[in-house]
Design a protein around this ligand. Structure first.
Ligand SMILES: CC1(C)CN=C(N2CCN(c3ncnc4sc(C(F)(F)C(F)(F)F)cc34)CC2)S1
Length: 505
């Protein structure tokens, strides 16, 4: 859509009008990422900045009950086109003014020339990077949009990657798209989308690798890169990523109702157009919102959590962890402890595929919290209230889930250059297992199926594979001038705000 078409619908006065405007953007083959990010970022800012402590405003009510009321939520002051147009023009002039015309023309004149496109991607990433504020701010919220870049020269690691893709779109560089794991973002490019380039940092205290391909060893073995199963976006899924990155948080435990409703409305819009069909985390985000405030005539949050797991299994060969931890969190909040234990066991089944390295700190913290906080709370609640939760401590399947969980963690550690388990894991594990009496433990059935032998062979191959990786790693490290795997990556974790939305702003 040309920018002229984009002005239709402005000024935007309600959530419903924003939804209609975004729908018109999605109806074009090239939704304008910079424009969408500025509009959504402006709204998030209006509804969350400087609202701490302000009680529920008159126009925002909790329990909206139905799309109609949600769409009627007002935007005050309305979004006017001149304001938005000026922001988009400012972003475009920054990118174009810093962009070296030779680098750009080399890429545009030979789009099949991978090195020319890589040089441009690195150049654009350098422009974004070098125009960021030097102050330390990396873990603050609301830094994911181009609105944040324009008004404060601040972006989080997702925001940098998104801004690079949006810049390549406005420079009309073809086939540059966002690739997303569960804790990192990079870009893919080339006619087949097989080339990769780092464009942002990950984690803390490591130098970034802007412009370089994703390290092949990491790409194949680490959770951070999902072993070749990342979410590779098209333009419409990049819109889904920007909507999914909306953060309604006003403070640590208060969310903006309007911002949450906008995110929920836009996620349903993207869902209806099929743009969440390969994006498990966006489905998880939507399910979390539906748990807080369900939408009439829509699938239940449990059905959406289940759909995210089906997508993980069918599209990503069950390589993603978060669909199971989203589902476990839901069961845990509803005190459905047996189901929560099963979901945590399924999450551990996924992580056993990977070799643990220091890049995987975010998921390490996730599993440590499950093992040392959530599972102990589950079995403690069951032991204190056997009538309510008798199925937990008397049920061998619950004990089996706990064994499966720890087996996954142990397999994750085996063949990895960095240990996972330490004494801090042992005490909670002993406390958890000791809650199950011998009679219950004896009833655990570990099926010895014919396929078991095949699985054993597969597991032996997998273990051999991990050992080979480890041996290669040790050999390289010991060889003169040895290649030391560079573990230095920036952490790019996002603290998922799963805090329940309450009235605010
Ligand atoms: C089950 C949970 C513990 C609750 N929320 C979780 N989230 C919520 C939101 N979230 C996400 N939700 C949608 N898309 C993305 S792309 C992405 C990322 F690749 F890590 C990036 F881009 F580096 F930040 C993260 C993420 C990260 C994971 S995991």
């Amino acid at each position: 859509m040309n920018r002229q078409g984009a002005r239709d619908g402005f000024p935007l006065r309600t959530v419903g009008q924003v939804r209609q405007w975004v729908e018109a953007q999605l109806a074009t083959p090239e939704p304008d990422l910079a424009l969408l990010s500025i509009v959504v970022g402006q709204l998030e800012h209006q509804w969350t900045a400087g609202k701490v402590g302000s009680g529920p405003a008159a126009e925002s009510t909790v329990g909206l009950g139905g799309a109609g009321a949600a769409s009627g939520l007002t935007i005050e002051p309305p979004l006017t086109w001149p304001l938005i147009e000026a922001s988009v023009a400012k972003f475009e002039s920054i990118i174009r003014s810093y962009c070296d015309s030779l680098v750009l023309s080399a890429a545009l004149s030979a789009p099949e020339n991978v090195s020319a496109i890589r040089a441009l991607i690195k150049h654009v990433a350098d422009i974004i990077w070098n125009t960021l504020s030097k102050s330390h701010y990396k873990d603050r919220p609301h830094l994911q949009s181009i609105y944040s870049y324009l008004t404060g020269n601040k972006l989080d690691c997702f925001g940098v990657a998104f801004a690079v893709v949006a810049s390549c779109q406005l420079l009309e560089v073809p086939h540059v798209h966002l690739a997303l794991s569960e804790d990192h973002a990079w870009v893919v490019f080339g006619a087949e989308g097989t080339e990769t380039a780092e464009v942002t940092w990950h984690g803390k205290g490591n130098e970034d690798k802007r412009g370089q391909p994703v390290d092949i060893h990491k790409a194949k073995t680490s959770w951070l890169y999902l072993a070749g199963q990342p979410v590779v976006c098209d333009r419409h899924m990049e819109v889904a990523a920007l909507v999914s990155s909306i953060n309604p948080a006003v403070s640590a435990n208060v969310d903006s109702v309007e911002c949450g409703v906008l995110q929920q409305e836009l996620l349903w819009l993207l869902y209806d157009h099929g743009h969440l069909s390969k994006y498990p985390m966006a489905l998880g985000n939507l399910a979390d919102l539906e748990e807080i405030e369900s939408s009439l005539g829509r699938p239940s949050c449990q059905q959406i959590f289940d759909q995210a797991i089906r997508v993980n299994r069918d599209v990503y060969a069950n390589h993603h962890v978060y669909p199971y931890t989203y589902q476990a969190g839901y069961h845990y909040r509803l005190k459905q402890y047996k189901a929560a234990l099963k979901s945590w066991a399924n999450a551990a089944e996924v992580i056993k595929r990977y070799c643990y390295s220091k890049d995987d700190e975010e998921i390490y913290k996730e599993f440590l919290e499950i093992a040392n906080e959530l599972i102990p709370h589950t079995v403690k609640a069951a032991s204190l209230n056997p009538q309510a939760y008798s199925e937990v401590l008397q049920d061998p399947e619950c004990f089996a889930s706990i064994l499966q969980f720890y087996d996954g963690i142990c397999c994750w550690e085996e063949g990895s250059p960095t240990p996972v388990l330490h004494i801090g894991w042992a005490k909670p594990m002993v406390s958890t297992c000791s809650k199950f009496e011998a009679e219950v433990r004896a009833r655990v059935e570990i099926p010895k199926e014919a396929s078991e032998d095949k699985e054993d062979e597969e597991e032996e191959e997998e273990a051999e594979g991990k050992l080979n990786i480890q041996r290669a790693h040790e050999h390289r490290a010991s060889a003169p001038g040895g290649f030391l795997l560079n573990n230095n990556y920036f952490k790019c974790g996002r603290n998922p705000s799963s805090s329940p939305r309450s009235s605010s702003s």
